[in-house]
Design a protein around this ligand. Structure first.
Ligand SMILES: O=C(O)CCC(=O)C(=O)O
Length: 201
């Protein structure tokens, strides 16, 4: 049974033109969360087109949501699978924390330090104007970088540790990019779940 930690603490990361909050610890009993997700989700190796060539993306992914929640990025369209019980429980905790409603989740499995996601913003049209994105981390701690889209300000780093929830909101996706860079350090696997609301077409 996954439930909200009664003593969960929230830290606001003050950034101009966006909202960013880190909740930790987020689950009361997070001990089994990583293995339940690692074993229970439909992980797949997706391929995208880069400079006219099909390449493996550097992580495994799974996409769950309501039937209308197709998701397209980098030329890849993902068809949703209905959320199993553990994802429904995590969705409801994220809704309790944020006061927002979610109907889909992108799951990322970073197998080691060579897995990553490059600079991007979650600004696809189906996410609407100022999306709230609730992003869980389970497993190895990794660095998460944010950088304003305009100007020469250097990237800011946050550490995303096991059993945490990062909430991005306001105008963040309009003004900031984010990434999870590769690392040469020896790190174990990490699961990231980003809950989103996909607007009907
Ligand atoms: O793994 C993370 O914390 C970031 C994932 C992410 O940026 C995304 O799925 O859009």
């Amino acid at each position: 049974m996954l439930s909200l930690h009664p003593q969960s603490l929230v830290t606001e990361i003050n950034i101009p033109n966006g909202k960013l909050y880190l909740h930790h610890p987020v689950l009361e009993d997070s001990g089994c969360a990583y293995s339940v997700l690692q074993q229970g989700l439909a992980w797949r190796q997706d391929r995208i087109q880069v400079h006219g060539r099909q390449v493996n993306i550097p992580r495994l992914q799974a996409w769950y949501g309501e039937p209308h929640c197709r998701y397209t990025y980098s030329g890849l369209t993902m068809q949703p699978i209905p959320m199993p019980a553990p994802l429904m429980a995590l969705k409801s905790i994220a809704e309790q924390i944020t006061g927002s409603f979610f109907n889909a989740v992108l799951c990322n499995l970073y197998r080691d330090g060579q897995d990553s996601v490059g600079w991007h913003a979650d600004n696809e049209p189906e996410l609407g104007k100022n999306p709230v994105i609730a992003s869980y981390s389970f497993g190895a701690e990794r660095r998460f970088l944010i950088k304003p889209k305009k100007g020469k300000q250097p990237a800011q780093a946050l550490k995303l540790c096991d059993n945490s929830l990062l909430v991005m909101g306001g105008e963040m996706q309009h003004h900031w990019n984010h990434q999870l860079p590769k690392t040469k350090q020896s790190v174990g696997p990490r699961i990231n779940l980003t809950f989103r609301f996909i607007h009907p077409e």
